[in-house]
Design a protein around this ligand. Structure first.
Ligand SMILES: NC(=O)C1=CN([C@@H]2O[C@H](COP(=O)(O)OP(=O)(O)OC[C@H]3O[C@@H](n4cnc5c(N)ncnc54)[C@H](OP(=O)(O)O)[C@@H]3O)[C@@H](O)[C@H]2O)C=CC1
Ligand SMILES: O=C1O[C@H](COP(=O)(O)O)[C@@H](O)[C@H](O)[C@H]1O
Length: 447
C-alpha cells in the first residue's frame, strides 16, 4: 500500500533537525527503496519551492554526510501547504493533496494536539490511515484522556503511534537484551539486591531557540513525564513473554501503575546566565520568546517508589536539566553491600551498573583483588561501548510507522499513567509549594 506522510508542523525544529534527516538515512541505507511523498503543513507562507529550499538548508546542516543525490531524493518528494492545523477546512485541503494512504504526523507543540485531532476527526481519515503524536502527550491528565478519546474515534489503536524516541535509543533497547537475554542479572534485579536507581539526563544545551514549545512545557513535561518514565518502565518492568508491541506495552503499563511520586523530594530550577565550555548563555528568562511570568523550570527532579513486590522500598531518583556544566545521561543501578565481607578491608563501595546514553555503553563497577596485595580489594570497571546504531532513533521510528509496527510507541494507558504520576508534582509546583530556584548555566544544577 502506498503511503504518504502529512507532517503537521512541518516547518518546526523536529522536522528539520530529526525527521527529514532520518528519512534521508532510510534511503541512504536502502531501508526504503520507494520514494515516500511528504506534505508539510505549517503557518509559513511558503509554496512547495520555498519549503524545499528550507528543507535543503536543514538537511545540509543536520545531515552533513548526505550526498547531494540523496538529499535531492528527499527534497523532490516534499510539498508544503500553508494552513492552520486546527481548521478542518485547511486539513481537508492538505489531505486532498496526497496520493498515498496518509500517515498524519503531529510534529506540533503539545498544546495544539487536542484542537488538531478534533479538527481531524471532523474531516475523517481513510481506511488504513495512521496518526503519529509526539511527546509530551498533551498538557496534563485530562487533556491526555481527551486526546485518547478523540484518537480512538479516528483510527484503531493499532494505527496510533504515540512517540517517545527514547525507546528507540540503543542503550534502552540494550536494557531489554541485558535483562532478558542473560541469566546473571534478572535474579538480582529486585529490592533484595538493588539499593537505588538513578535516572539522569543532564544536558549542556540551553533553550536552542525553542521557546515557542519549551516555555509552555518546561523540563518536567518535556522530559520527565515521558522519556525518563519510559526509561524507568523498561528498567523496572516484569519480564515480557515476547517482544511484540502489545506485550511490551502491557508490561510497561503494569509497572507504571505502581509508581508514586514523592512530591516533597521534588526540585524545580531555572538557569541564569553562565558559561558552558566557552559558550555564554543568557538568563533563561532573557531568551527570545520566554515569558518570565510563566515561571517555567529548566531543571526537574523527584524520587518515585515502585509499589510492587519486586521494587518495594527502592527509591528511583529521576532528574533532568538544561544548561548544566556536565553532560550526564545514564541509568545507574546501585546494588546493596554484600551480606558478609570476608576481607579485612572496610566494606567497599557496593557494585554499580551504569547504562549510559549518548554515547551508549554499559559499565559495571565491581570490587576485585587487584594488583599488589591479593587480599586488598580494588575497584575495577568493566566497560563496553556500543558501536553506533544502524539507524538513528527517529529512523527506526519512521520505519515502524511505515510498516505499521508500534513496538517502540507507547500505549494509551502508558500515556495517561505518565501524567497520573507527575500530576501531584505539577499541582504542588503550580501552587508554589516547592520554590523555583536559580542555578547558573554551566553549574551542576540547583544546590
Ligand atoms: N525539537 C526536538 O528536538 C524534539 C521535539 N519533539 C517534539 O516535537 C514537537 C514539535 O517540537 P518542535 O519542532 O521543537 O517545535 P517548533 O516550535 O520548532 O515547531 C512547531 C511547528 O508547529 C507548527 N504549528 C504550530 N501551531 C500550528 C498551527 N495552528 N497550524 C499549523 N502549524 C502550526 C509551527 O509552524 P508555524 O511556525 O508556521 O506556526 C511549527 O512548524 C513537540 O511536541 C516536541 O515535544 C520531540 C523530540 C525532539
Ligand atoms: O524530546 C526531547 O529530547 C531531547 C533530548 O533527546 P536527544 O535524543 O536529542 O538526546 C531534549 O533535548 C529535548 O528538550 C526534548 O524535547
Amino acid at each position: 500500500m502506498k503511503r504518504s506522510f502529512v507532517v503537521l508542523g512541518g516547518s518546526g525544529d523536529l522536522t528539520g533537525r530529526l525527521l527529514l534527516p532520518s528519512l534521508a538515512e532510510l534511503y541512504q541505507r536502502g531501508v526504503l527503496d520507494e520514494a515516500v511523498e511528504v506534505l508539510a503543513v505549517s503557518q509559513q507562507d511558503w509554496d512547495d519551492e520555498a519549503y524545499r529550499d528550507w528543507a535543503r538548508e536543514r538537511l545540509t546542516a543536520h545531515a552533513p554526510d548526505l550526498g547531494a543525490d540523496e538529499r535531492e531524493r528527499v527534497v523532490a518528494q516534499l510539498g508544503h501547504e500553508h494552513g492552520d492545523v486546527t481548521s478542518p477546512d485547511d486539513l481537508r485541503r492538505a489531505l486532498a493533496r496526497v496520493d498515498g494512504v496518509p500517515v498524519v504526523y503531529l510534529a506540533l507543540p503539545n498544546t495544539v494536539f487536542l484542537p488538531t485531532l478534533t479538527a481531524l476527526r471532523e474531516v475523517g481519515l481513510p481506511e488504513g490511515a495512521r496518526v503519529v503524536v509526539e511527546k509530551p502527550f498533551g498538557t496534563g491528565i485530562e487533556d491526555a484522556r481527551q486526546l485518547n478519546e478523540v484518537l480512538h474515534g479516528l483510527v484503531p489503536e493499532s494505527g496510533v503511534f504515540r512517540i517517545d524516541h527514547f525507546l528507540a535509543k540503543q542503550t534502552v533497547l540494550n536494557v531489554l537484551g541485558l535483562r532478558f537475554a542473560n541469566r546473571v542479572f534478572e535474579p538480582v534485579w529486585n529490592a533484595q539486591h538493588v539499593d537505588s536507581v538513578d535516572i539522569v539526563f543532564d544536558e549542556d544545551l540551553g533553550l536552542e531557540g525553542r521557546a515557542g514549545y519549551y516555555d509552555k512545557a518546561g523540563a518536567l513535561r518535556d522530559m520527565l513525564q515521558n522519556h525518563l518514565l519510559q526509561l524507568l518502565a523498561v528498567v523496572a518492568m516484569e519480564p515480557p513473554q515476547s517482544l511484540d508491541a502489545a506485550t511490551l506495552q502491557a508490561r510497561k503499563s503494569d509497572v507504571l501503575r505502581a509508581v508514586q511520586a514523592d512530591v516533597a523530594t521534588s526540585v524545580r530550577g531555572r538557569y541564569t546566565a553562565g558559561t558552558i565550555v566557552g559558550r555564554e548563555l543568557p538568563d533563561y528568562v532573557s531568551e527570545d520568546g520566554v515569558d518570565p511570568a510563566r515561571g517555567t523550570e529548566t531543571y526537574a527532579e523527584f524520587t518515585v517508589t515502585v509499589d510492587n513486590w519486586r521494587w518495594s522500598g527502592v527509591p528511583f531518583r529521576l532528574r533532568t536539566g538544561k544548561a548544566l556544566g556536565t553532560r550526564r545521561k545514564e541509568i545507574v543501578v546501585r546494588f546493596k553491600p554484600v551480606p558478609h565481607l570476608a576481607f579485612a578491608d572496610e566494606q567497599p563501595e557496593p557494585d554499580v551498573l551504569r547504562l549510559q546514553l549518548s554515547p551508549d555503553g554499559i559499565a559495571l563497577e565491581i570490587n576485585l583483588n587487584g594488583a599488589g596485595d591479593p587480599f586488598d580489594l580494588e575497584r575495577e570497571v568493566l566497560q563496553t561501548t556500543s558501536p553506533p546504531q544502524d539507524l538513528p532513533a527517529y529512523g527506526l521510528l519512521l520505519k515502524e510507522m511505515l510498516s505499521g509496527d508500534p513496538t517502540l510507541s507507547i500505549s494509551d494507558v502508558e500515556a495517561e499513567q505518565g501524567w497520573r504520576i507527575v500530576q501531584p508534582v505539577l499541582d504542588a509546583w503550580a501552587a508554589d509549594d516547592i520554590p523555583l530556584v536559580d542555578y547558573p548555566a554551566g553549574s551542576d544544577g540547583p544546590a
